[in-house]
Design a protein around this ligand. Structure first.
Ligand SMILES: [Zn+2]
Length: 167
């Protein structure tokens, strides 16, 4: 079924603002971000499962959200997947008796990806971290426990390429 949200432009500003708010209030501004703290604060649960997709969120009739991620993924992929699913919950993409998988490929997927990137690599922390021009992409990967591509995207989005060390 086609809904209004399918054709709407992704709300990147909202996704970023929600990620920042959650990092500050539900994750105590920690890095690496402790995703389990956020999942608990949202009254949700997380578990691995045999899935085709990397992740999915289901809501039961009581409104309780269960985040499932695919078994056997690397830690960084698992973290990104869980952060993406938290995004679906935080951005209220999940409806009663619904599942996040119904939104695949739609603007809500882009919003959830934006949310995940911003949550795992908070812009405020990243800017402070690279300020002294002695940090490399590897330092960012280690600090935030993210993949190299995720670290590069965050650097580009925050226009910090010129701050990185080339060594
Ligand atoms: Zn999704």
């Amino acid at each position: 079924m086609r809904t209004e949200t399918d054709i709407a432009e992704p709300r990147y500003g909202l996704a970023k603002a929600r990620a920042e708010e959650i990092w500050e209030n539900q994750a105590q501004k920690k890095v690496p971000v402790i995703l389990n703290d956020i999942v608990s604060a949202l009254g949700a649960n997380v578990s691995e499962a045999d899935l085709e997709a990397s992740g999915v969120t289901r809501m039961d009739k009581q409104g309780f959200c269960m985040i499932l991620y695919k078994k056997g993924m690397s830690e960084v992929r698992q973290r990104f997947t869980v952060a993406h699913e938290i995004g679906h919950i935080a951005l209220e993409h999940i409806t009663f008796d619904g599942s996040s998988s119904q939104f695949s490929g739609k603007s809500q997927e882009k919003e959830a990806d934006e949310f995940a990137g911003q949550l795992l690599i908070p812009a405020k922390d990243l800017r402070a971290f690279v300020k002294n021009k002695d940090k490399t992409i590897e330092d960012i990967v280690k600090r935030y426990r993210v993949s190299r591509p995720a670290a590069i995207i965050a650097i580009q989005k925050n226009r910090l390429l010129n701050k990185l060390s080339v060594n």
